[in-house]
Design a protein around this ligand. Structure first.
Ligand code: ADP
Ligand code: MG
Ligand code: MG
Length: 316
């Protein structure tokens, strides 16, 4: 008999899974886990429900709660985490999914690692960055997307996955200043058997969207004592909750892209960043970089002595 009282959440989950959930779905730990977690505060709201900070003994965790109406989304995200080997520092850590009843309503839970800095979107509102901090955020997020996009063949393999909802609200910032990719609710998997053409197309969409994310990050990088305010992409050309048609007109028909601030051209690192960003969002998807290429370029920038030198001058 396990001493549930002293176990960590991971131990409790492992125990619940090995003893069999009876549902035929190994990932459903059937209310055992949910019952032991207390919900402390609501920390986010997205399209499909709310995200809470929860506690299991003295561990913090994040609980994404879907209403039974949104079962399909919960199932999708649960399946992706359970059928694919997604343990990677660049991907939001997953504990378990659960079905529980609160106030006689069925709630569907997705239990994840908690990050107190919240989403990249929230973080950038109040934080300015030096060159190294900017590059660390970008490089770690790119590494997470590389892991998603890469098909790994073999026993411990994984299919290629396109995220299809890359944006700063779906990326979390860890305590060490790196990012991990969250919200896999729209992700799709591709294996060698199914359609390669779709895979290529979806991956290029992720790269386009990641270009916008890097633009949001780079605006917050201080160079020569100057920094840009936080702005979401297209803030100046679409209403605040834009419709699909609003976005289509601006991005696809008019082919508009966010402006690159003038100050970037005076800073060697920001100038290079602007080149990478523009190659992500070029109108011809075939001309876009691969996420692996982007990750490598960001790594080169991070390792440039120039990056640290610029940082040191900023500091004095
Ligand atoms: P949705 O699918 O409804 O968009 P998300 O998974 O994107 O839900 O989460 C919504 C918001 O909740 C995020 O933008 C973020 O602010 C917050 N959030 C989500 N997961 C975590 C987490 N693990 N740690 C801290 N905050 C989180
Ligand atoms: Mg989201
Ligand atoms: Mg979502």
């Amino acid at each position: 008999v396990t001493q549930v009282g002293d176990s960590t959440l991971q131990e409790l989950i492992d125990e619940s899974c090995t003893s069999g959930s009876g549902s035929g779905l190994p990932f459903l730990v059937q209310a055992t886990v949910a019952r032991s977690i207390s919900l402390i505060e609501c920390i986010g709201k997205g399209r499909y429900g709310s995200v809470w900070r929860g506690r299991y003994h003295d561990e913090n965790l994040a609980v994404k709660i879907f209403s039974s109406r949104d079962e399909a989304s919960w199932l999708r995200e649960t399946e992706i985490y359970n059928t694919c080997l997604l343990r990677h520092e660049g991907i939001l850590g997953y504990y378990a999914s659960d079905m529980t009843s609160r106030n006689s309503c069925t709630q569907l839970w997705l239990i994840m690692h908690y990050h107190e800095n919240g989403s990249l979107y929230d973080y950038l509102q109040s934080t300015t960055l030096d060159h190294e901090e900017m590059l660390r955020l970008c490089h770690s997020a790119a590494a997470g997307i590389v892991h998603l996009h890469t098909e790994i063949v073999g026993n411990h393999g994984k299919p290629a996955i396109a995220h299809r909802d890359i944006k700063s609200k779906n990326i979390l910032v860890k305590g060490n200043g790196t990012c991990c990719i969250g919200d896999l609710g729209l992700a799709v998997t591709h294996t060698q058997e199914n359609n390669k053409i779709d895979l290529g197309r979806n991956n290029k969409v992720d790269v386009y969207a990641f270009g916008l994310v890097m633009w949001e990050i780079a605006r917050r990088c201080v160079a020569e004592g100057m920094v840009d305010d936080y702005k979401p992409p297209f803030w100046d050309v679409v209403p605040s909750d834009p419709s699909f048609d609003d976005m289509k007109k601006v991005v696809v028909i008019d082919q508009q892209r966010p402006a690159i601030p003038n100050r970037w051209s005076a800073d060697p690192i920001l100038l290079l960043m602007s080149k990478v960003i523009q190659e992500c969002w070029t109108c011809n998807p075939k001309a876009r970089l691969t996420i692996l290429r982007i990750k490598k370029t960001l790594n080169q920038l991070l390792n440039q002595p120039q990056c640290k030198k610029v940082k040191d001058t900023n500091k004095c």
